[in-house]
Design a protein around this ligand. Structure first.
Ligand code: ADP
Length: 400
């Protein structure tokens, strides 16, 4: 597949973009607009092989952020007019029950993305804004929505059903959807390639450990279980999210501390996780604090790795035969201590890390398990934008 796709990812106060050459499997340029809607903004734009250029100026809204990005393409290159753009791909967080695959965007799709804001109030509205802004900027190009949830559309009912009154699911969409789909799709395929096995015969536990974190059991290329639920709050401990927690905590805090459900929800999403336990959500800083004797930071890391280990054990049981455990994301790709601690004691389950291989820093995908380990342990860099661009090109090729 070939084509050049501009991938756009809008957050509440940011706009990330990447110009991807699908045939080459590479990004030609990328950038980040920060502090959108705030008094001081910043755009950082990079092209492959060049120095990043930084512009500090207010970015009043997402339209202003995209306009600044297009100016940066003009000034610093590569020229978008000459790039031969084939499409614009948009990351959309929640596809609900409605979208189980990427979709070409029309007015109905934008409306549906907005309607799904009931399930993702922080993300879908701003995703829809990004789509509208980019459609105005590139009226002649096809626009495609790629959903974080779509890869998990294959979850069997026993994995996506919560044991709650069924009308909650029917009327209010209360079920597990899963997220980080582009990453889990990309990494499970890359893991099979690294092992030299057909994807359809490869079972992998993918551990996406970044600021957001999720685990997925992938059987033959299909997601069969995943740690995030109706929203990205469930599952692993994250940078600022609690992950799993007794839902009774919400009513308890309401009764004993007068916190509203909205306040608890905000705290569980934005001021919990590593930030709450260690005082920082950057794992590099957590390690520095541990080296300085900070016991809270040490406990936070233990809680983080214990949660990962629990999920690994559970997903080995879900998959039966497991070929690989694949670490990805900012932490999974870079943090050898987390990888080792998360898999410590799992030798009897067939997981044997090679300490030296694990400690080596190297770009690209690699094996960090010992020779003969029944389950291979891999480090696989994720590339969500390349995956989204590929899916976009595939969709358009299938439709033409
Ligand atoms: P996001 O979920 O925002 O995409 P990333 O996957 O980029 O996040 O991961 C960001 C996190 O990765 C940082 O908060 C930091 O904790 C961690 N990280 C990045 N580099 C390193 C490193 N060299 N060692 C340990 N952790 C790292």
């Amino acid at each position: 597949m070939t084509g050049r796709v501009l991938v756009v990812n809008c957050g509440s106060s940011s706009l990330k973009y990447r110009l991807v050459d699908v045939g080459a499997g590479q990004a030609l340029a990328w950038g980040l607009a920060e502090r959108v809607g705030q008094p001081s903004g910043r755009l950082t734009h990079s092209r492959a092989g060049g120095e990043p250029s930084v512009v500090e100026r207010p970015l009043p809204d997402h339209a202003g952020a995209l306009a600044a990005a297009l100016e940066a393409f003009e000034h610093s290159g590569p020229s978008l007019a000459d790039a031969g753009l084939t499409a614009v791909a948009h990351r959309v967080v929640h596809g609900g029950d409605r979208f189980s695959a990427p979709v070409r965007i029309d007015d109905d799709v934008v409306r549906a993305v907005r309607e799904l804001a009931t399930l993702a109030p922080l993300h879908n509205p701003v995703n829809a804004v990004g789509i509208e802004v980019a459609r105005r900027a590139f009226p002649g190009l096809p626009h495609v929505a790629v959903f974080d949830t779509a890869f998990h559309a294959t979850l069997p009912p026993h994995a996506h059903t919560y044991a709650v009154p069924p009308q909650w699911a029917r009327e209010h969409g209360v079920r597990r959807y899963g997220f980080h789909g582009a990453s889990h799709a990309h990494v499970s395929r890359a893991a099979a390639e690294l092992l030299g096995r057909p994807l359809s015969e490869t079972n992998t536990v993918v551990l996406h450990l970044g600021n957001g974190a999720s685990a997925t059991a992938v059987a033959g290329g299909r997601s069969v279980e995943t740690s995030m639920g109706m929203t990205p709050l469930e599952g692993l401990v994250m940078g600022t999210r609690s992950g799993d927690l007794d839902p009774a905590v919400v009513a308890h805090l309401h009764r004993v501390a007068g916190l509203s459900p909205a306040e608890v929800d905000r705290a569980l999403n934005s001021s919990s996780g590593m930030l709450a336990l260690a005082g920082t959500n950057d794992l590099r800083e957590v390690h520095r604090r541990i080296a300085d004797g900070d016991e809270a930071a040490a406990l936070a890391l233990d809680v983080f790795c214990h949660r990962v280990r629990k999920y690994v054990g559970a997903y080995l049981a879900v998959l039966g035969r497991t070929d690989a455990i694949a670490f990805t994301g900012g932490i999974g790709e870079n943090d050898a201590v987390v990888r080792a601690a998360s898999l410590a004691g799992l030798e009897t389950l067939g997981i044997r890390l090679d300490e030296e291989r694990n400690a080596v820093r190297a770009p690209g995908g690699r094996r960090v398990s010992a020779d003969g380990s029944p389950v291979a342990v891999l480090v696989v860099p994720t590339d969500e934008e390349l995956e989204m661009a590929r899916q976009t090109v595939d969709l358009l090729a299938a439709g033409s």
